[in-house]
Design a protein around this ligand. Structure first.
Ligand code: ATP
Length: 215
C-alpha cells in the first residue's frame, strides 16, 4: 500500500487561463492533500478549430500565470506535440515516467466531468489516475443528469480525500470549490470588444495577451 501525497494533474485548453482555473488548482491542492499540481495545457484540437489560440501561446500564458507558486508546475508535452493527443495516452506516459505507486489525481470541473464518457477510452483513465471532481459549494452532484455509465462509475468509485494516498488510481473524490462564474469564452468576448479583463486573469497573462495581440 502506498502512502504518498498525490500529484494533481490539471488539463484544459486555457484559452486564456483565468482566476477560476487558479482557484480550482489551489483548492484541489488543499482539499485533496496534493503535493503539487501539474498543469497540462492541451495541444492541437482533433477538430479543425480556426478560432483556437496557438498551443504555444496558451502554454506561455499558463507559465506566466503559475510562475511564483512552487506547488504548481507546467507540463508542455501536449502543447508542444505536433499532433492532437488523448488524455489517456498522456496519463499512460506520465504513469510510465513516475512509476506504478505514485497516486495521480486528474482535476476536473463539474462541466468537464459531465462529458467524461465522451473521452477516448475513458474507462481506462481509472486504471491510471484518481479523479478530483470540483463541485459547487453546498451542492450535490446531480447523478441523474449524468450519462448512466458515468453515473454508475461515480457511485461505485466515490471515496473521501484520505483514500487518495492509499492507492495510485481508481477513486473519484468530490471537493467543494468556491463558485466563480468566470469562463475563458466570456473573457475572449470581452477582450474582443475592447473591454477590460483586469482581475479576471493575472496581470502577467493580460500583459502577454497585449504584447502578442491575442483575442
Ligand atoms: P471555455 O470558456 O473556452 O470553454 P473554460 O474557462 O471552461 O474555457 P477550460 O480550459 O476549458 O476553461 O477548462 C479547464 C478546466 O477548468 C475544466 O476542468 C473546467 O471544468 C474547469 N473550469 C473552467 N472554468 C471554471 C469555473 N469557472 N469554475 C470551476 N471550474 C472551471
Amino acid at each position: 500500500m502506498s502512502d504518498r501525497a498525490p500529484l494533481g494533474v490539471f488539463g484544459g485548453t486555457f484559452d486564456p487561463v483565468h482566476v477560476a482555473h487558479l482557484r480550482l488548482a489551489e483548492e484541489a491542492r488543499e482539499a485533496l492533500g496534493l503535493a503539487r499540481v501539474r498543469w497540462l495545457p492541451a495541444g492541437l484540437p482533433w477538430h479543425r478549430d480556426a478560432l483556437r489560440t496557438a498551443p504555444e501561446h496558451r502554454l506561455a500564458m499558463v507559465q506566466a500565470a503559475v510562475a511564483g507558486n512552487p506547488a504548481f508546475e507546467v507540463d508542455a508535452r501536449e502543447a508542444l506535440a505536433h499532433a492532437p493527443g488523448y488524455t489517456v495516452d498522456t496519463l499512460a506516459a506520465l504513469r510510465a515516467e513516475l512509476g506504478d505507486e505514485l497516486p495521480l489525481v486528474l482535476i476536473l470541473g463539474a462541466d468537464a466531468f459531465a462529458r467524461l464518457h465522451t473521452w477516448h477510452r475513458w474507462r481506462a483513465l481509472f486504471g491510471l489516475t484518481h479523479i478530483g471532481l470540483a463541485t459547487r459549494a453546498g451542492q450535490a452532484v446531480d447523478a441523474s443528469a449524468l450519462q448512466p455509465a458515468l453515473a454508475a462509475e461515480l457511485q461505485a468509485r466515490s471515496r473521501d480525500a484520505a483514500h487518495l494516498r492509499t492507492a495510485p488510481a481508481g477513486a473519484i473524490v468530490r471537493f467543494d470549490m468556491t463558485p466563480l462564474a468566470v469562463s475563458a469564452t466570456d473573457i475572449r468576448a470581452r477582450l474582443a470588444r475592447g473591454e477590460s479583463g483586469r482581475y479576471l486573469l493575472p496581470d502577467a497573462v493580460l500583459e502577454y495577451i497585449r504584447r502578442h495581440r491575442l483575442y
